[in-house]
Design a protein around this ligand. Structure first.
Ligand SMILES: NC(=O)c1ccc[n+]([C@@H]2O[C@H](COP(=O)([O-])OP(=O)(O)OC[C@H]3O[C@@H](n4cnc5c(N)ncnc54)[C@H](OP(=O)(O)O)[C@@H]3O)[C@@H](O)[C@H]2O)c1
Length: 287
């Protein structure tokens, strides 16, 4: 991507969208939140994409449990909305960077999911995101990059770390599942890696934008409390079966990073180093 490339960011007021807009500050960026562009509206999507070289879609229906009873709403945004942007990108010769999720996998693996592993989502949210990936790639062939991320936290949204810090601050004991494994990931690191992808001139493929390493939810909580200076003895490990959640989550959704190296790019750093920096910078809110 040239420095003069015009970039449209959708879902620009979300947790990732805000960090991405901040990271791309030097470039020519149009940042549209849901109020300015509802990606479910195909005509509005087409008009917004016109004149841009790149579209980064950070807009999504992200309430995983709510999606179970609002399947139409989830698919309207995550599948049809992604399709609208891809069709518009194809008409205007733009590259689409479509953000997706580890929840497209079923979690039965015991080794990291490769970029081309078959998608087998467990939840409505996961199915809607998988369909979004398919539509994005098929409607803008050769010019769609899928960027899957996972377990996000950041300055601009409620997240697992901010919840842990709030509960610890209240002095409550906290029950955390110890049988779900994944990659805690800082939105700012994802934003920087999307920027690197754009600079690299790559126009297609699937990349896993997660911090490296892997951990359980319980160990993630422990690291957060340790860094926050709280007593980690307030944490109680529980199995997922004791958690009442409407949507099924993958037990193991660690994502492999081979595509970065194959493209001559460096995978994202270790999750502990990212978490430490995020906390040091005060990037985790305690809502
Ligand atoms: N958070 C995670 O742990 C996680 C994990 C894996 C993948 N992801 C993916 O990462 C991406 C960014 O997620 P995030 O955590 O930044 O989520 P987020 O904070 O919920 O941001 C999503 C944004 O999309 C907006 N939006 C919803 N419907 C829209 C529509 N029809 N048209 C335009 N904008 C719409 C939302 O606006 P409203 O708030 O007004 O609805 C919100 O600002 C998504 O693709 C998500 O699936 C997230």
């Amino acid at each position: 991507m040239q420095r003069t490339a015009k970039i449209l960011v959708t879902g620009a007021n979300g947790m990732l969208g805000r960090d991405l807009v901040a990271v791309l500050a030097d470039s020519r960026v149009t940042a549209l939140g849901r109020q300015e562009l509802d990606i479910r509206d195909a005509d509005a999507a087409d008009a917004a994409v016109a004149g841009h070289d790149v579209v980064v879609n950070c807009a999504a229906f992200t309430r995983v449990d709510e999606a179970e009873s609002k399947s139409d709403d989830a698919f309207a945004v995550n599948a049809a909305g992604a399709g609208n942007l891809a069709a518009a990108a194809a008409r205007h010769g733009a590259t689409l960077v479509h953000v997706s999720t580890d929840y497209v996998f079923d979690g039965t693996s015991s080794v990291p999911y490769a970029e081309d592993s078959p998608m087998r989502p467990l939840s409505v949210y996961g199915r809607s995101k998988a369909e979004g990936e398919r539509r994005a790639a098929s409607l803008n062939p050769g010019r769609t990059i899928v960027v899957r991320t996972a377990w996000l936290y950041g300055e601009n949204g409620p997240s697992f770390p901010s919840t842990m810090l709030r509960l610890a601050d209240q002095g409550s004991s906290i029950r955390v599942v110890d049988d779900q494994f994944g990659q805690p990931t800082w939105t700012r690191d994802v934003a920087h890696h999307i920027a690197r992808l754009l600079e690299s001139g790559i126009h297609s493929g699937t990349f896993h934008a997660t911090n490296s390493g892997a951990t359980s939810r319980f160990e993630f909580a422990r690291a957060i409390l340790q860094l926050g200076g709280f007593d980690t003895n307030i944490l109680i490990p529980i199995p997922s079966t004791q958690l009442v959640e409407r949507a099924a989550r993958p037990r193991y959704s660690v994502l492999g990073h081979d595509a970065w190296s194959a493209a001559g790019l460096t995978p994202m750093r270790d999750w502990r180093s990212a978490l430490a920096e995020a906390m040091e910078q005060g990037a985790l809110t305690t809502p």
